[in-house]
Design a protein around this ligand. Sequence first.
Ligand SMILES: N[C@@H](CCC[C@H](N)C(=O)O)C(=O)O
Length: 281
Amino acid sequence: MNLPFTKMHGCGNDYIYINCFEHSVENPEELSRVISDRHFGIGGDGIVLICPSNVADAKMRMFNIDGSEGKMCGNAIRCVAKYVYDNNIATKETLQIDTLSGIKTIELQTTNGQMTSATVDMGKAILEPMNIPVNIQENAPLINFPILIEDEPYSITTVSMGNPHCVIFCEDVHSIDLAKIGPKFESHPMFPESVNTEFIQVEDRNTIRMRVWERGSGETLACGTGACAAVVAAVLNGHCDKNTDVVVKLLGGDLIIRYTDDTVFMTGPATKVFDGEISFT
Ligand SMILES: N[C@@H](CCC[C@H](N)C(=O)O)C(=O)O
């Protein structure tokens, strides 16, 4: 049996996309673990299934490298929009994509019929600890909240963008030993569904730098939901302003995030790398 796929990335956050309008995947958790491997597989930060939907133009399901399913993925949803547009699944420039964290509306920016970037209405940032979820007897948002992780003090701001994020401000993102610290947050009992952890360096009120350790995938070159959570946290901590574009500089490129009273907007690119086919023997 052969399974066609398309490799795509958003700011270097790369996934293997499978068209489930035409093909079915029996065990996406196992498939993700096998083909995401960068040495023994195709290589990627996970897989994304583009599926039919009764309520939107398509439904997105995304799986991390370890096979866990993420409820939302900011970089993947722009790639899904590009795939849907490029493959005439929906021939319009405002798309709706269903996800495990609800239906998201995406405005495509196009030049000569080619999508150049997309703006996604990512929905409201969730701040109540029990809804992120964070395991703590506290109802108020955790903003610059002091905690100890293996005896090391950190000040965290927690945000859900449909998936859980823990944001920490630092002087220099490049000096952080993310491979050592990231897993400690990922497995900490304070986060019952694990957590994506972002380290942020504020450059000015309109620019921040970010590195991310994603639950289930490790360090990635970019995280769209993480960039949204980072800007929400930067506003809550007084570093940036609401209703203003903030450029988030990631290892793989830039995203533009705007936090408003009603929602969070994310604008960024989506790139196709190549098509391929997996043959199961
Ligand atoms: N890279 C993503 C987020 C992917 C899911 C995440 N690891 C999770 O399990 O919550 C993004 O661009 O948002």
